[in-house]
Design a binder for this molecule. Sequence first.
Ligand code: SF4
Ligand code: SF4
Ligand code: SF4
Length: 782
Amino acid sequence: MSRKGLHVKIGELKSDLGLIKNLELSIGRVVEEKWAEPMGPTPFPSLTTLREWDMKLLQRYKPFYLPFCDVCCLCTFGKCDLTGGKRGACGIDMAAQQSRIVLLACCIGAATHTGHARHLVEHLIEKYGRRMPLDVGGLNIQVEAPVTRLVCGVKPETLGDLEDILDYVETQITHCLSVCHTGQEGSNLDFESKVFHVGMLDHVGMEVADIAQIAAYGFPKGDPDAPLVDLGYGTINIEKPVILCIGHNVVPSIGIIDYMKENGLDGEIEVCGLCCTAHDITRYYKRGKIIGPISWQLRFIRSGVPDVVVLDEQCIRTDALYEAQRIKAPVIVTSEKNCMGLPNRTNDPADAIVEDLVSGKIPGALILDSEKVGEVAVKVALKVAPLRKKLKAIPEVDEVLRKAKECRQCGDCRRACPQDLHIPEAMKAAMEGSLAKLADLYDLCVGCGRCEEACPVGLQVHSFIIKAGEKKLKEETFKIRAGRGPIQDVEIRNVGSPIVLGEIPGVVAFVGCANYPKGGMEIAEMIREFASRRYIVVTSGCAAMTAGMYKNEEGKTPYEEFTGEFTAGCLVNVGSCVANAHIAGAAIKIANIFAKRNLRANYEEIADYILNRVGAVGVAWGAYSQKAASIAAGFWRLGVPVIVGPHGIKYRRMLLGRADREEDWYVYDARTGEKVYVGPAPEHLFYAAETKEEAMVMIAKLCMRPNDTTKGRAIKLTHYIDLHKRLYGTMPEDIHRFVRTLADIPVTMKDEIIKILEEKGWKETVIPDPTLLPRLIRKKKE
Ligand code: SF4
Ligand code: SF4
Ligand code: SF4
């Protein structure tokens, strides 16, 4: 790929002409061209390069606004009332304002992944050098960075190559962020186009981060048999000192593991994690343990088990320091982005920091040197463990029963609870001496702590629930397959045809955070359902952890039940949040490796291929963060629909197709140039489902694509109808929209469906070679 420049450093060079010492030379820009594929039309796209493609999507999938907040207070003119068609003092209307906030959220999300990637790449270059090769799977993975190749048109080969890519991503994110300033963009659709742009950039940033860490740290390289590792509170040996790492950037955790190994302490200390850092710990260290998703933060800290809490970046409770102080566990913060008000001790000797943390002179320290973090965390854990004696902040049963009597039954806790849990009833039962109803809430609670903040009496409601469910917590011993990273090229070759022809009914990716509407059980159920139906099921992040926390009747977790190979009926854990790029990468690789479409800077054609042919759907059932928003946006631009849980409506808008507007569903037949109706497939691009049942039916529906073969469409319809009948008890009302020819009809339902088609006045349509891009028409209509 092209490099910024050649940098030569000469320590000492003797020649006949004399002696050169300490010479540093920088020479312009060097182009190393090793990639034979010709450059596509859109390398390093700017904000408007792909605008036309975006508008094609937005014309079909129009934003449907759900204003979560109908005023704007972004500048000092605010609060501007935007209701009833009013405009703000800057002239902005409600639609543009809602899309503007979505763009702002996505910029935050993309900047977060990209900042993470930048930190990782700089750190790894410092450690291993710019020339370290990006081997993420040897001969098994020759398309090592599909998203980057597609977007930028470059083929990164070394760690150093990633710097140029990040330069581009950072510049574009800055431009997108500037669009949110007062008095910039005035069109809601142009805001949305920039949302897609920043989502696409986010996937590049994520890919850079994950391939850098896979290559440098030797994480599993697309290995379908990545090891099964421990998941759950119950896997921790609480007799040992415990270091808890929370966040998303594994660098300090690696410092801890390396220090332990180098000092003969491997196995003496438990190293565990919450959220995505935990995934990456287990990709590096088989003895590492995952406690659970982000929603386990309060319960695990309050349990008193961690002796040291190490925080890196993203999705960390901002009261983690306060909570750790309650159990007298020192805190080490390790990221410039998250200093928690603690003194910067980076340049102090490790032993001096250890002394201050162990003595309690300081509650925590900022250490911006991962090796020093390793030494300090390990030494502090060893010294503090015998002193703290696992001091906990969860009350004993008699205290819960006593405190419950103070409950006024005011209901403030339930009103504050995002899950609308029946807390007052459970407290009433506790007043009367039974913790059973509080224990029932354990599986449903997502650990936000809002109930406690709302309680006028100051009752520690979340802690009460955890105490009541303590038996379950302690029995949490599960297995999860360590994040395997990318999908192998050969796996893509094997499944490409059945996916594109529709014989594998779809690829469903369960990703994102843990703000589940009814606890984690629902996501585990959905994963089991679709893996059992032989969909390709992929997962990452907190969703992947939750999936592992529910065993079947045989006592197996889904990771023990389903194969880790990317094939029909699998459950593939790609890894932490940044590994989401491999899911997009798999869809891109189907177009490139299986269908042999050019990849290099050929964004529109590949996205057009995926939209029309690859039945992939993303599901972020517990999505809450800005990162989840930008990840989704990256999928939308690629033509992959995303479903979120009911909390997802707080992202302010959906992107909905209108099945009744026939004119929205025409594509070109690339063979003839004719415009052909293809039905509402896929029907929506971004959809918030109210219930698990609704989500499951929608997943099956959104996997349909215009290019499905008749056999493939029949299989997809069978799943759609079967799920609809089972979950709603009725035949779907729109079945006629998805039957293109009589051969699409599932054989077992032929009579029933033909009757419906007749009633609806159905007419047969042709199955085209579908595209939205006129330039792909091979033979123009005369
Ligand atoms: S940015 Fe516009 S709408 Fe928002 S507060 Fe300022 S003037 Fe009002
Ligand atoms: S901590 Fe649990 S019970 Fe309390 S408000 Fe949050 S979800 Fe509801
Ligand atoms: S807010 Fe507190 S006092 Fe009110 S019902 Fe809930 S637990 Fe009881």
